[in-house]
Write a protein that binds this ligand. Structure first.
Ligand code: GLU
Length: 329
């Protein structure tokens, strides 16, 4: 009987901890949370690192430790946040919109517990091709070996949507690959793929690597009626420019290249406690200049800008901070 009581007590205590911390793990009162990012040659991974660095400097004050995980990307991150495997994730603004509203990957299954925290850097939809492939327009992709991105990535959806809008069937008109972005640069240089899509901020390690090898490569301009129609139809798309001249001088383009894109956003679940979200938001925004110095993709960020591009409701912990500093009413 006594033994049974102890077992029950342990169960109650463990369950209590889990509840009080909304899925984040607690040990000795300290909360441990994890941010899901993307591949190691993208911008999400260093972004997770930048956010965790800001907060972990004050670990003792907040009794909070933030760790970072490399993941498959946006779609994976949303699903892992919703299942409680991750407390936070970096998610493309279009995936945030689709997950919350129950479209695309979440068709008929809206993720109503998804919460927005803030948005971060802009991400372009980019298509990089080898010169020898002869790919200079979307039409040229027909019959070619094209990496759309790994399942779970955010860019796979952009690549598929763009091809379909251009009347190109990803299943039959091209030889579609599902490689991780971290592998794609080397595969392009080795001539094993002709081109790859990657929705990502600039500069990033993948394009640095792919544009500095011996094989000549270039960014394919994404413009014209197909892109115009996507930007007009979807609220999360905006036109953008790939900073080729300043960031990827090894590419054979003559200058910067037109494209379109989305924003990276920082997301969580309604189940994550307010004080955890508040601490993270406070550290990033109170020390904004330090945060901005951590990656060149943040150069253009302003605090006001980081509240745009969000479609899920703001998490109350973030809302509290933004109200305190007057960023929202
Ligand atoms: N946008 C990509 C995705 O959602 C990741 C980009 C990055 O890692 O910077 O999968």
């Amino acid at each position: 009987m006594k033994k049974m009581f102890s077992v029950l007590l342990v169960i109650v205590l463990v369950a209590g901890f889990g509840f009080a911390n909304g899925g984040s793990e607690a040990s000795g009162g300290r909360q441990y949370v994890t941010i899901g990012t993307g591949g190691v040659t993208g911008v999400y991974y260093p972004t997770g690192g930048a956010i965790s660095k800001m907060v972990n400097q004050k670990s003792d004050e907040y009794n909070l430790r933030v760790t970072v995980e490399s993941t498959g990307g946006s779609v994976y991150n949303v699903n892992a946040i919703m299942s409680g495997d991750l407390e936070f994730g970096i998610v493309q603004s279009d995936r945030q919109f689709q997950a919350y509203n129950g479209t695309a990957d979440w068709d008929g299954d809206p993720q109503k517990k998804l919460r927005a925290v803030f948005s971060i850097h802009p991400e372009g939809v980019n298509l990089l091709a080898s010169d020898e492939s002869g790919i200079y327009t979307l039409e040229d992709l027909r019959g070619k070996v094209v990496n759309l991105g790994n399942p779970g990535s955010g860019h796979r959806g952009n690549a598929t949507q763009l091809l379909e809008a251009a009347g190109i069937d990803p299943d039959s008109d091209i030889q579609a690959e599902g490689l991780k972005a971290a592998e794609a640069a080397g595969m392009l240089q080795d001539g094993r793929i002709d081109a790859y899509f990657y929705t990502v901020g600039h500069p990033n390690g993948s394009f640095k690597e792919a544009t500095s090898g011996t094989k000549k490569v270039h960014f394919v301009p994404l413009e014209g009626p197909v892109v115009d129609q996507l930007v007009a139809e979807y609220p999360y798309y905006a036109k953008s420019v790939i900073p080729v001249t300043s960031q990827y001088p090894g590419a054979t383009n003559d200058g910067d290249v037109p494209s379109f894109g989305v924003k990276a956003t920082f997301c969580t679940s309604a189940d994550v406690p307010d004080d955890v979200v508040y601490a993270i938001v406070k550290e990033v925004f109170d020390n904004f200049d330090e945060f901005k110095s951590l990656h060149p993709a943040y150069a253009i960020l302003t605090p006001e800008d980081m509240l745009t591009g969000l479609s899920a409701p703001l998490h109350p912990g973030a809302e509290k901070y933004f109200k305190e500093v007057g960023l929202i009413k």
